[in-house]
Design a protein around this ligand. Structure first.
Ligand SMILES: [Zn+2]
Length: 285
């Protein structure tokens, strides 16, 4: 039952553990205007996003992807952190954070000030060449796409998750995508697509952080994707307590020691109670 007050059980959970391994998901960023993929039951709200195999294998899929991204980036690229990001930054300031592992690709934790962040699924503000690994800023690529596709720049469509827009019913084969300026290779957002593996070194870094933490905290994720769920599984196996703040079901529900069904920013509100020494000490002890 949602309340207007910060969650006392969650405050206690955070106070009684010294180092937290935090996992965040789409629920953290919905207040920043970035839509979520899943409903409260953990099911898809919309058609599944493009897969790695389709993107790499089919030029029309890439044209459709970048045409929609051209529209979606205008707002996604200007999203700003909300109170959930600020609260998790506060957690880091209090010295409670082992690692903040996010499944989001929006970079909003870093924008809020968090430093110890692992972007498990990469970052949408970077474009990567699949041929030579050259990386470049998405914002510069946006300017290039606009210059090459002036008539598409006039279009508008509703936002979809991950900087996508619900643009359909156009002849995407007329959309021009520039190749990599260095090797002519295929350019792709530097994010892990569905059907693509998370780089092993990222998983290893996160597992090590979990190993060094005494508890795990999930914020705004249903953990439906294995790349997130596996950490809950590993934490439970190691006997580390797990708390989750999420509106709706998570795949890890049977493993949780504490489940908070409240909006993230509200549940974590005690981190802002004031910046007074007394309150900080209570949480940081
Ligand atoms: Zn290249």
């Amino acid at each position: 039952m949602p309340t207007e007050t910060p969650n006392a059980d969650l405050k206690h959970f955070i106070a009684e553990h010294r180092r937290l391994f935090v996992v965040t998901g789409a629920g953290c960023s919905t207040d920043s205007g970035i839509p979520d993929y899943r409903d409260a039951g953990g099911s898809w709200k919309r058609s599944q996003p493009v897969t790695y195999q389709a993107f790499m294998g089919d030029v029309l899929t890439r044209q459709r992807y970048w045409a929609r991204s051209l529209i979606g980036w205008r707002r996604f690229g200007h999203a700003t952190p909300n109170d959930t990001h600020h609260a998790l930054f506060r957690l880091e300031q209090l010295g409670k954070l082992q690692l903040l592992m996010t499944q989001n690709v929006d970079g909003l934790h870093q924008r809020a000030g968090s430093r110890d962040v692992l972007d498990m699924h990469g970052r949408l503000d970077t474009v990567r060449c699949m041929g030579c690994e050259h990386r470049s800023p998405r914002q510069a690529f946006q300017q290039l796409l606009l210059a090459l596709n002036p008539s598409w720049a006039q279009l508008d469509a509703a936002d979809a998750p991950d900087g996508d827009a619900d643009l359909d019913g156009h002849d995407f084969s007329t959309f021009t995508i520039p190749p990599c300026p260095h090797c002519g290779g295929i350019l792709k957002p530097d994010v892990v697509f569905f059907g693509e593996n998370v780089p092993r070194d990222r998983v290893a870094r996160a597992m090590q952080a979990l190993d060094e933490a005494d508890a795990m905290l999930v914020v705004g994720s249903s953990l439906m994707v294995f790349s997130g769920y596996r950490f809950a599984h590993a934490a439970a196996k190691a006997g580390k307590p797990i708390a989750a703040v999420n509106l709706g079901r998570t795949r890890a529900d049977p493993l949780l020691n504490l489940k908070v069904e409240q909006p993230c920013a509200e549940a974590l509100g005690f981190l802002f109670e004031n910046e007074s020494a007394a309150s900080a000490e209570e949480i940081a002890q």
